[in-house]
Write a protein that binds this ligand. Structure first.
Ligand code: 5GP
Ligand code: ZN
Length: 116
């Protein structure tokens, strides 16, 4: 069994091309695609190709890579100057629904604070 993939994970299926997604960026480590239920004009998810369940299991190398890529993808989407939000929900209380680490890029409208 390939330990890097969880066969029941939606995002692993997107990485494998088994579920379609609007891909915005990909390389050998990560993938970025539009959120299926966008909460802002720009709503993109950036994920590691490897199955990592939550932020708690991620090492600094992949986290740095994900955040740096998310910053660059925000630029590609034209929201660097106007501003945007990067968000990671972690675990149940953090509101994480898909158990494959992902960074949300949200932009194109004014973000509210505090979050709900
Ligand atoms: P979480 O609540 O885990 O931080 O965010 C999960 C996100 O994944 C949600 O914003 C949800 O809309 C998105 N999502 C869930 N299933 C799919 C899918 O099959 N395709 C895409 N593109 N996004 C999904
Ligand atoms: Zn996965």
């Amino acid at each position: 069994m390939n330990e890097k993939v969880d066969k029941d994970c939606i995002f692993c299926k997107i990485t494998a091309g088994e579920i379609k997604a609007d891909i915005k960026y990909k390389d050998d480590k990560i993938l970025a695609f539009s959120d299926i239920n966008p909460q802002a004009p720009v709503h993109i998810l950036v994920i590691p190709r490897k199955h990592i369940a939550t932020l708690n299991e991620a090492d600094g190398d992949i986290l740095g890579y994900l955040v740096s890529a998310a910053r660059d993808i925000a630029g590609q989407e034209g929201i660097s100057e106007s501003g945007y939000r990067l968000l990671v929900n972690c675990g149940d209380m953090g509101g994480q629904e898909v158990s494959h680490l992902h960074v949300h890029i949200l932009g194109g409208r004014k973000m509210n604070w505090p979050p709900g």
